[in-house]
Each structure stands twice: as C-alpha cells, then as structure tokens.
Ligand binder design. Structure first.
Ligand SMILES: [Ca+2]
Ligand SMILES: [Ca+2]
Ligand SMILES: [Ca+2]
Length: 314
C-alpha cells in the first residue's frame, strides 16, 4: 500500500464529530507495504505516500523515511526478499544514506526470518534507532552490516545500534561486523530479544554478539558463533542490567577468557544453557537460577539462587 490508509481522515473526522467535548481523538497508525527490493529514498517524506525516486515504488528506505516523518506509530510490512542497502554514506541519521535510521515508533514486520533479509551490504551498519521510540522487528534477518572503520566512538553496533525501546521477535541478527564493539547489537536503552538468534557476528573489541549498556532481556533465544578478535565478551558484554531466560549461549569466541560473556553489571541466567565462561569484573553480580555457568576473572560474585528454591522447583 503506497498511500496512507484510505479513509483515515474520514475516520478521524467522524471520531471528532462524535466527540463534542473537543478532546482530540486518537490517531490511527499508518501502514505501508514495501513493494520493491530497490534501495531508493522517499521523494517527499511526510506526505503520507511511500513513493521512491526515481522508480516511484515503495522501498524499505522510503517507508522508513515516511514513518520517521509521521508522528504516530506506523507499521511497515516487508514481504519476502533480500533488501540490499546500496546508497553509501555514513554518519547520516535521516535514513537517506547508509544505515536505515529509525527516529519514530514503528513496527517492521517481515514474512519470515529466512525469507525477509535486510542486508547492509557492508556499506554501513543496518539499523540505527534513536530517541525514545518503540520499535518492533519481527520475522526478519539483519545481516551484512559494517559501520565505518575510521570514526572513533560511533561505530559500535555492526548490525543494530539501539537508543530506543526495541523488541526483536522471531528474527535473526547474523554476519554483521564492527571494528569496535557490539558486532551484532549495541544497546543503549532497552532491547528485548524473543525467539530470535544472534549468530556469527564479529567485532574487534569485545561484545561480538551483543553489547549491553542499559537494559537487555534475552528470552528463548540463541547467541552463538559470535567472535571477538580482541577483548572479552564473545556472546554478550553486559555493562548494566541483563536477563537471559530459557536461552542458549554457545560456541562463541573471545580473546582469552569470556567466550560466553563479560559482566560488569547485574546479569541473570534463568533456565539457560551457557557453554564457555563468563568473565566478571569487580562490582558485578551474576545470578543463576537453574543454570550452570562457569566463571573467570577476578570479580566473580556468582549467586546460585537455585539452592534456595524448594526441591520441586530446582
Ligand atoms: Ca513520501
Ligand atoms: Ca545513522
Ligand atoms: Ca543513515
């Protein structure tokens, strides 16, 4: 659907007429359906039409530019296909070049993670989410991201750099890389990962799977085959609050210790399987409930809460 939901204005008008108190009606969200795998910008962001130049189709980039320009939470339907980013340009945050920037709440709904693939083509990371916005990714693969290598401090997050409230459902983040930290995901606000996988991402300076600087929840998910060539935190690097529930962390690699993870904050493992070790720094705490995790580093405070549970619950 290239245009805003037909009848939206009429609906709002009727709501307003039926609401003589004058209280503003709730605006419905807008839905776009991408109909091209091309990478082209929107011709006029904010006009309600997802229409690219020069081809006049609804591309993923155009849909995001349009969604960014509209204040309500929008939905972008992304059918099966490989969406390869081809417009080069880094350190740009309006989704016009390089990475796909998200500055407004949006639901990005793919068909299936194995069929709907967003590939950064190694021209930049894939997604950058900024501001206090809510973003849901479902049934997509995020791959091929690689942010610029020559700019200090802004190249964390090979696949996704998150500053908002991000839910990743039924999705895969794989084969992204960065010369800094956070090969797959760099989280600076809140990420909830559900039924998803973070696979085979690489980084030069730790946290090859996920770098967490704020709040992270990993539910029923897999973090595996990520590799950092320097530092620790092959699977996960936690600087703040992270909870891993019903998940598997395995086959990750780090330089020396910390192949499974590195913890500088508060990290919970609940009903999870972790192979490799977690490297812990002083001041960190790692809680275990029905999970076995090996420890390395000089700051290990591992609290196995399972022993406090009734026998029937251990
Ligand atoms: Ca437009
Ligand atoms: Ca950007
Ligand atoms: Ca960009």
């Amino acid at each position: 659907m290239k245009y805003r939901v037909i009848g939206l204005s009429l609906l709002c008008m009727l709501l307003f007429i039926g609401n003589p108190s004058g209280v503003s009606p709730t605006w419905a969200s807008t839905s776009f359906t991408v109909d091209s795998i091309l990478d082209e910008i929107d011709s006029t962001p904010g006009d309600g039409a997802c229409l690219s130049i020069p081809s006049g189709v609804c591309t993923l980039r155009a849909a995001l530019m349009e969604a960014n320009a509209l204040t309500e939470a929008d939905t972008i339907n992304l059918p099966a296909g490989v969406y390869l980013l081809t417009i080069s340009g880094t350190d740009e945050n309006a989704a016009a070049t390089g990475d796909l920037d998200i500055n407004s709440s949006v639901i990005l709904a793919g068909a299936d993670a194995s069929d709907t693939i967003i590939n950064g083509n190694q021209i930049d990371r894939v997604l950058q989410i900024s501001g206090a916005v809510s973003v849901t990714l479902s049934a997509v693969t995020i791959t091929g991201g690689r942010p610029p290598t020559n700019i200090s401090g802004v190249n964390n997050g090979g696949g996704i750099s998150n500053g908002g409230y991000l839910s990743i459902n039924d999705s895969i983040v794989s084969y992204n890389e960065t010369n800094s930290a956070g090969g797959g995901i760099d989280n600076n606000q809140a990420v909830t990962l559900t039924n998803s996988s973070v696979l085979s991402n690489t980084s030069a300076y730790g946290a090859s799977g996920i770098l967490n600087n704020a709040t992270l929840a990993v539910n029923s998910s897999l973090i595996a085959y990520n590799h950092t060539t320097n530092d620790q935190g092959g699977g996960l690097w936690n600087n703040s609050q992270a909870t891993v529930v019903g998940s598997v962390i395995s086959d990750n690699l780090a330089q020396g210790s910390g192949s499974a993870g590195k913890n500088l904050g508060v990290l919970w493992f609940i009903d999870s399987q972790v192979s490799g070790d977690v490297y812990c720094l002083p001041g960190s705490t790692t809680y275990l409930i029905r999970s076995a995790v090996s420890c390395s580093g000089i700051g290990c405070i591992f609290l196995n809460l399972s022993v406090f549970l009734p026998l029937s619950m251990r």
